[in-house]
Design a protein around this ligand. Sequence first.
Ligand code: RP5
Length: 160
Amino acid sequence: MKVLVLMGSETDLQVMEACKETLDSLGIPARMTVASAHRTPERVTELVREAERKGAQVIICGAGMAAHLAGAVAAQTILPVIGVPLSNSPLSGIDSLLSTVQMPPGVPVATVSIGKAGARNAAVLAAQIISRSDREVLRRLRAFRKRQSAEVQKRAERIG
Ligand code: RP5
């Protein structure tokens, strides 16, 4: 396992699937599961320990509302932690964005944008971290960027 992907609830799955799909498309072995900072704190700790034992290089955490999952994970490891704020609340994700991003000095969470775009970017950022020591992932990331640019170019040509 290179990446552990946690989400606070099974209701986050629909959005966080975009993260797993992107990791899969970049050929990065990942485990995705549910663990809640508030409802199952011991499970969070067990999963973090297991990820460290199994050689994970990055942990991605998606959570909504008072989204403390990424911070709670970051408090227990020196692996880089990426937080994905989710928007399934009356405050449309502003609550989770602030809960995820506003970490005290010394315990960072690399926070991406709210929702599905953030879920995808968390996977790409994890791949970029891994690519510093994995030339195959670096090659796949370069190919991904090329494809992305080519698609935009193709659409631009259709428009004019
Ligand atoms: C957070 O609370 C979860 O990440 C989820 O986004 C939100 C609501 O959870 P459910 O009540 O839908 O299980 O911890």
